[in-house]
Design a protein around this ligand. Structure first.
Ligand SMILES: NC(=O)c1ccc[n+]([C@@H]2O[C@H](COP(=O)([O-])OP(=O)(O)OC[C@H]3O[C@@H](n4cnc5c(N)ncnc54)[C@H](OP(=O)(O)O)[C@@H]3O)[C@@H](O)[C@H]2O)c1
Length: 302
């Protein structure tokens, strides 16, 4: 079984993705491992310098392009980044690297467009969908705050389908107003840095014992090897979030893929993790999201 989530444009997206940030060698080798393990969803970006390796990994894994959901993200390479022609040229560079039109194109952060020009930038992306340059491609955003999303919706004809953000239990309190805006516009939350409580927090924080206990329960129930990272992936996908995770290690990639064969967390299990997570605030990526969107007054550990 592979979980999918409906987008607001009638299409669907697989709930689990392997992100190819971290260099060309990893993007190619581990990307092929992820595809072979059944994670048919690759998240790339212009700034990662790994768009060409998406196709490389697809070829190496021997899977069909059409069976893989591919995302890339636009970066800011010229000043100002606003005219239709320069945005079109940037998109065409991505298409040449990928060798195909992606399924989803994201604006990497709200500072890619010039200040105050998010609506105009979005209009140019809509033109590229309409003129066939991005035929069939869904559009979305990343690291957008509530104010940025409202700016897009003032003029958007094509709705953003996702907002890709840092998302895990230790940023839930901060994200509350943003998640309300996602719900208002039926925008799917895509998460990155999801494994931060186990991979980056110095102690693991208050959710750690809960993750350890659930990992044991789910492993016993399913016969799969579910570790704390797997519980975090299941916590997010059980909430309807699309998880973009990553690893360069074959064993860990296989464990990520195995979460597809494990049940969703129950509402009680989700609530237990949410409540413990909300007690602290621990953010890894703060360059976009905390600007004019202040962090909550919470400790980083208890
Ligand atoms: N839109 C944006 O601004 C943005 C920002 C950051 C990332 N992203 C996207 O999100 C993708 C994922 O990035 P992320 O680093 O944020 O992902 P993540 O899922 O939070 O963390 C991945 C890290 O967790 C480790 N890990 C994997 N499995 C583990 C396990 N079972 N136990 C403990 N640790 C484990 C990995 O290390 P090993 O490699 O050693 O296994 C890797 O360092 C990126 O590739 C990129 O596509 C987007």
């Amino acid at each position: 079984m592979v979980r999918n989530i409906a987008l607001n444009n009638g299409k669907t997206i697989p709930s689990l993705a392997w992100g190819n940030m971290g260099g060309k060698a990893k993007a190619l080798k581990a990307g092929a491992i992820a595809l072979k393990a059944g994670i048919h969803h690759i998240d790339s970006a212009q700034i990662y310098g790994t768009e060409a390796e998406v196709n490389g990994a697809i070829q190496a894994a021997g899977v069909k392009r059409d069976d893989v959901f591919v995302t890339t993200k636009l970066w800011k390479f010229t000043e100002p980044t606003i005219g239709l022609e320069e945005i079109k040229a940037s998109v065409q560079r991505s298409l040449a690297e990928l060798t195909f039109i992606p399924d989803l194109l994201l604006v990497h952060n709200p500072y890619i467009p010039e200040k105050g020009k998010i609506g105009e930038f979005w209009k140019h992306l809509e033109t590229l969908v309409e003129d066939g340059t991005l035929k069939g491609c869904s559009l979305g955003v990343s690291n957008f705050r509530p104010v940025d999303i409202e700016e897009v919706f003032k003029t958007a004809k094509i709705k953003p389908v996702v907002n890709q953000i840092e998302y895990h239990p230790y940023v839930l309190e901060h994200l509350e107003p943003l998640l309300k805006v996602h719900a208002k516009y039926s925008i799917v939350t895509q998460s990155y840095a999801t494994l931060s409580p186990v991979a980056r927090h110095p102690t693991g924080g208050p959710i750690k014992p809960i993750l350890t206990r659930l990992a044991a329960t789910l492993s016993k129930e399913s016969g799969e090897t579910v570790d704390e990272a797997g519980v975090l992936i299941l916590w997010a996908v059980s909430k309807g979030v699309v998880v973009i995770t990553s690893s360069g290690d074959e064993g860990r990639i296989k464990k990520m893929a195995a979460t597809e064969r494990v049940r969703d967390l129950s509402s009680e299990e989700i609530e237990e993790i949410d409540q413990a997570g909300r007690k602290i605030h621990f953010r890894v990526w703060d360059e976009h999201m905390t600007n004019e969107f202040p962090d909550p007054d919470l400790p980083t550990d208890i």
